[in-house]
Every structure is written in C-alpha cells, then in structure tokens.
Design a protein around this ligand. Structure first.
Ligand code: ATP
Ligand code: MG
Length: 204
C-alpha cells in the first residue's frame, strides 16, 4: 500500500489570500502530495499584536477560497476548540484521525521557520512532521539557512526549502487596505473579497 502524503497548511487566514493558495499548490505539485489540509488557527499563540477576526469568518473564507481545488480540504480541528491551540497537539490528533500510515508535511513560509524554535514542544514536533519552508519576500535568507542548519544538526529536523514565486501579499496588508478604503482585488479570490464586503470585515 502506498503511504499517503498530506500537506498541512496552518494559518490564521485573516483573510486567506493568493500567497497562501499559491504556496500550497506549488508545494503540492513539487512534492507530489495527495492532499493539502488547510487548518485555520483557533486561538493562536503567536498573534498577540492583532486580535484575530471571529474564527467562523476565517473558516468560511478558507472554505470559499479552497473550494475549486480538488486537492484542497479545510479542517475545523483547531477552530472548534476554545483553548489556545498549538501545532504539536493538532499534529498528534491528526495522526490518530488518519488511522492509516501517512506522511505529514508541514508547509510554512520562511518567516514561520525562523520562529520554529519558539513553538510549543518543537523538539517533539519535528519528529512527527517534515517541514517545507517556502521563500517569502522580506525574509533574510542567511538567517533562515542558519536556523535550518541549527535545527537539523541539533534535532535531526527535516526541513526543506522550496522556492516559490514571490508574492508580497500578506493578510495584514489586506486588512489595512480595507480599512483605508483601498482595493484588494486580485490579492485574494473574488469569493473571499465578496465575503469580506458582505460581512463588513476589516472596516475601521
Ligand atoms: P498576517 O499578516 O496576519 O501575519 P499572513 O499573510 O502572514 O498574515 P498567516 O495566516 O500568518 O498569513 O500565514 C500562514 C502561513 O502562510 C505562514 O506559514 C506564512 O509564512 C505563509 N504565508 C503567508 N503569506 C505568504 C506569502 N505571500 N508567500 C509565502 N508564504 C506565505
Ligand atoms: Mg503571518
């Protein structure tokens, strides 16, 4: 039996945009992954500076954005919890849920790889998943490579770097644009843009 390869794409997705979707699709194709599971974070440990939008809105936007790709699915594993969620707990739970052997690939932007050693139980986490870190505009390549070398040597972490087209899109910028009345067209799927407009999200 062939072992399934599953890509895990975690994020606040506040809102989800083409940077996320492009990244997931590029990695899926390059690594021949069977499926990508988008997991909107429930109550995130890393987002103290900005209070995330209601998780049902973020979940809905993720559903809308991924609907047209048959390889993409969305999991509510984190948003249905009231407590702060950590990647280590989610990955452990997923390993139980898939009751057949699977290979899990954690997909992140380079900015998240640099912060990996601040994640809860990251030493254990790297034993369960392989990381695929994608280039992201604004991230210092030198710092990134040093961090990967350190984690690989110290913990035997499996972290690969994958170069993807540079899209300088971020959720922060999209939120700011809406607040300032600027256009967000072509930065994210139209379905998500319409949802933001209908639900009056990110207005100041
Ligand atoms: P925010 O500005 O609110 O932090 P974000 O755009 O960084 O939002 P997140 O939900 O924080 O989006 O990111 C989820 C994952 O997607 C992270 O691993 C992040 O590095 C990656 N990512 C987000 N945008 C891009 C992009 N434009 N290119 C490559 N990776 C990205
Ligand atoms: Mg971010």
């Amino acid at each position: 039996m062939q072992i399934k390869k599953i890509g895990i794409m975690g994020g606040t997705f506040d809102p989800i945009h083409y940077g996320h979707l492009m990244l997931a699709e590029q990695i899926r194709a390059s690594y021949s992954l069977d499926q990508i599971v988008f997991i909107p974070v429930g109550n995130a440990p890393h987002k103290q500076e900005h209070k995330p939008t209601d998780k049902m809105h973020r979940y809905m936007m993720t559903m809308l954005a991924t609907a047209s790709n048959p390889h993409f699915t969305v999991s509510d594993i984190e948003i249905k919890k009231e407590v702060i969620t950590y990647a280590i707990d989610t990955i452990k739970e997923l390993r139980v849920l898939y009751n057949t052997p699977v290979e899990l690939y954690f997909i992140t932007g380079a900015d998240a790889i640099i912060l990996l050693d601040t994640w809860k139980s990251y030493k254990e986490l790297v034993k369960y998943v392989k990381f695929i870190g994608a280039s992201r505009p604004g991230v210092d390549e030198h710092v990134l490579k040093e961090k990967i070398e350190e984690l690989s040597l110290e913990l035997g972490a499996h972290i690969e770097l994958c170069s993807v087209p540079a899209l300088a899109i971020s959720s922060t910028d999209i939120r700011n644009r809406v607040c300032e009345g600027k256009s967000i067209k072509y930065l994210l799927p139209e379905t998500v843009e319409n949802y933001i407009c209908k639900e009056k999200l990110y207005l100041c």
